[in-house]
Design a protein around this ligand. Sequence first.
Ligand code: HEM
Length: 130
Amino acid sequence: MNSADQVMQSYGRCCRSNEFFDTFYRIFLASSPEVRAKFANTNMQAQKLLLRQGIMNVVLYARGMPDTKLRALGCSHSRKGMNIRPELYKLWTESLLKTVRHHDKEASTDTLQAWAEVIQKGVGVILEEY
Ligand code: HEM
């Protein structure tokens, strides 16, 4: 199975539990004061639903969908938008991998490596818009 398909199946297992996005934001917000500051005025319940779709777009891009949605995300996160510094994507990625490890009981080292590849591809597109 290729990495994108492996991640699709893993994401399906992760999303079975409602707690996946709670765990992600708990870990991500704890990772740096800069991240916390960016979400200071955010409705986190709404944000969790948006991220569910955002991660799906990253996975679909790795499976061959056009990059349109990721480019739009890149624009909203760019200097001209929310100005999310490229360094913060490392924390985002680490937080997501920890969350997957916690929630996908079937995740092997191979699955986590597949996630890392899929995220790297998507983040690459997002950062081209920075
Ligand atoms: C691949 C990585 C990421 C994905 C898939 C993603 C996804 C999203 C989505 C779908 C939204 C809502 C739609 C929009 O505003 O365009 C959003 C908003 C946002 N994201 Fe990201 N994001 C990522 C990385 C980051 C990082 C690294 C930060 C750093 C702090 C961040 C901070 C924010 C903030 C502050 C908002 C707006 C919250 C608000 O409305 O108050 N994102 N993100």
